[in-house]
Design a protein around this ligand. Structure first.
Ligand SMILES: [Zn+2]
Length: 375
């Protein structure tokens, strides 16, 4: 069976659910037919006319990028502006277009985790785990159907904690109910007397955006006409969604040496930074793309350095400690440089999942930012 655009989107969304994106963002399929079969997919950080040329040349039926083509609302799709022109060209060529942006930034193993891996960091974890994304679902089910409902919960992705799946907890008790005149009860009769049943209280953690899917799955396995369930907010942050990443170098090194490593690993010809070249770097925080908002969090987490992009002049002062000496170094290698590895990350994720589909990184360096260095 050839893969369709929808299949490839579904694989990406199992990792980085679109509902986990930041509010301002726009992700998912933006151009194309979901049911169209594809055998060749081109992956790029940004969509540019050259990337579309390359897709046409290699016969790609789908382009996946990190930065979305449609970011702000578009009122017209016409050929005389850059965005409309690219959308029209892809539509004319029968190329589907998909964006995976802040949902991949926030995903476990996403953009920032992969950036941390480029520096060989150990014990990589989220710099700022996301709050308000987890809920607790409690389902009451007769003992006879507890296993089926437990399996349905796990199959729908409920009960994921860190690297563990199908996590649940259950307690036994007695459920009581009195069927009404119109009821079609699994136990007892309509307009009958009070029934009591040995039931199980099943508890699982669910990502907020998975709740409807999980409840639909429960309905397929639960025998009752009216299912008793509760949904509670959970205060603690989720373990699988968050911003930035932090970890440790195996060997501490002075900042001047670390800058050389960052420059070389990210293929960045120049870096902007604050810090004392002699200060020791061991704990490193990273955030691919614009991550200045994480400076305070990185300092509070004990990072010796933060690598991120789009750092403005005044924010470089925020690495200073109260005495004005350098507490945390801030290193800005560039937006493209801190995210270009996303292309390889996506190819490596998708390729093993679709043996009949070829995935490749663009040959283009899609950044429009250049640096001028006098030699
Ligand atoms: Zn970006």
């Amino acid at each position: 069976m050839p893969a369709t655009v929808r299949d490839i989107a579904a694989a990406l969304e199992a990792w980085a659910p679109p509902a986990s994106k930041l509010d301002y963002d726009n992700v998912g399929l933006q151009v194309g037919h979901p049911n169209r079969a594809v055998s060749n997919v081109l992956v790029a950080l940004d969509l540019t006319p050259e990337v579309i040329d390359e897709a046409v040349e290699i016969g790609a039926g789908m382009i996946v990028t990190h930065h979305p083509l449609f970011f702000r609302p578009q009122r017209r799709i016409v050929g005389d502006d850059l965005i409309g022109g690219m959308a029209l060209r892809m539509a004319e060529q029968g190329i589907a277009y998909y964006a995976i942006h802040t949902n991949l930034d926030l995903a476990h193993g996403g953009v920032s985790f992969a950036l941390a891996e480029k520096f060989g960091l150990k014990d990589i974890r989220f710099l700022e785990p996301a709050e308000g994304t987890l809920i607790k679902l409690v389902v009451f089910v007769p003992e006879t159907h507890a296993e089926a409902v437990r399996n349905a919960l796990a199959a729908a992705g409920a009960g994921r904690i860190g690297d563990y799946e199908a996590c649940s907890f259950e307690t036994k008790g007695t459920g009581r109910f009195k069927p009404g005149a119109e009821a079609r009860p699994h136990i007892g009769e309509a307009a009958g007397g009070l029934e009591s049943v040995q039931e199980v209280r099943l508890e699982v953690a669910v990502m907020r955006w998975d709740l409807n899917r999980v409840l639909n799955s429960v309905r397929t396995a639960h025998p009752y006409e009216e299912i008793a369930y509760d949904v509670y907010p959970i205060e603690q942050p989720a373990s699988r969604v968050g911003s930035g990443a932090i970890g440790s170098l195996s060997d501490a090194m002075p900042l001047r040496e670390f800058l050389g490593m960052v420059s070389q690993r990210l293929d960045a010809e120049c870096l902007r930074y604050s810090g004392n070249p002699d200060q020791t770097i061991k704990a490193v925080a990273v955030c691919g793309g614009s991550g200045s908002s994480l400076i305070g969090r990185a300092i509070a987490s004990g990072a010796d350095a933060l690598i991120t992009a789009d750092v403005t002049y005044h924010r470089f002062f925020e690495g200073l400690d109260p005495e004005g000496s350098h507490g945390m170094a801030i290193i800005d290698p560039g937006h493209y440089e801190t995210e270009a590895h996303t292309e390889q990350l996506l190819v490596e994720y998708l390729a093993p999942r679709f043996e009949a589909v070829s995935f490749q990184r663009t040959r283009e360096r899609t950044s429009e930012m250049r640096t001028f260095v006098i030699t």
